[in-house]
Design a protein around this ligand. Structure first.
Ligand code: ADP
Length: 216
């Protein structure tokens, strides 16, 4: 699903990624762990096509990212990649369903069908009674599940998550862990997760340890 070869990235004089090779299969839940400053988020941003490496090649779903124009890349990203961040980044004035369907509307999909799909995703995530709630009316765990539904609305090849459990208490962390594995088991959903949550990392299909810009 994802292939990275020889990825290097520097910011000014700081060499943050020093040559990363990585393959991720469909249906894998992969965790990226390591100390702060190791380059985990930078790698996630590059694999997620939000940032470009200074050297090396990334392909997602058999598409070589560096060969796409900015416009093609933006369309490709919206259709193929879902993102979940530590803080849900839901739009406060929109309810759960309205937040979830945004990437589908950007992709030009039918609104009524997208709403129907958003409702079925909410049901799958045990949030069927939260469809018209706005973010301020949802708990932290519920907001994060809505953010996951939004990441899934376009049936992405892969979901990238940066510290998805970082703002949750242990019970909600546990619920989110179960959800990742349920989505993998039922839909072969691929997840790449940057996390300090070692419980989640140890339960993943693969744990990738980064240090000083390398994979250990
Ligand atoms: P991690 O996620 O492992 O904590 P990051 O990938 O966030 O590490 O950061 C790695 C290093 O790159 C850090 O020293 C950070 O300060 C630096 N860095 C990250 N993004 C930028 C940027 N946009 N500009 C300059 N330095 C950056």
């Amino acid at each position: 699903m994802i292939t990275a070869r020889g990825i290097k990235k520097q910011f000014g004089d700081l060499q943050v990624l020093k040559g990363i090779d990585l393959d991720i299969r469909q249906g894998e839940v992969v965790s990226i762990v390591g100390p702060s400053g190791a380059g985990k988020t930078t790698l996630l941003q590059i694999l997620g096509t939000l940032d470009k490496p200074n050297a090396g090649e990334v392909s997602v779903n058999n598409i070589a990212i560096q060969q796409l124009s900015e416009k093609e890349l933006s369309r490709f990203r919206n259709a193929n990649i879902g993102f979940v961040f530590q803080f849900h980044q839901l739009l406060p004035e929109f309810n759960a369903v309205e937040n979830i369907i945004l990437p589908a509307l950007i992709a030009g999909k039918n609104k009524a069908k997208s709403e129907e799909k958003a409702r079925s995703l909410l049901a799958f995530l045990n949030l069927h009674d939260r469809e018209t709630h706005k973010p301020a009316e949802l708990s932290g765990g519920e907001k994060q599940r809505v953010a996951i539904a939004r990441a899934l609305i376009n049936d992405p090849a892969v979901v990238f998550a940066d510290e998805p459990t970082g703002s949750l208490d242990s019970q909600n962390q546990e619920e989110l862990h179960k959800l990742f594995f349920k989505l993998r088991d039922e839909f072969k959903q691929t997840f790449v997760i940057v996390t300090h949550d070692l419980h989640l990392a140890h339960r993943s299909d693969r744990e990738i340890k980064m240090k000083d810009g390398y994979i250990e």
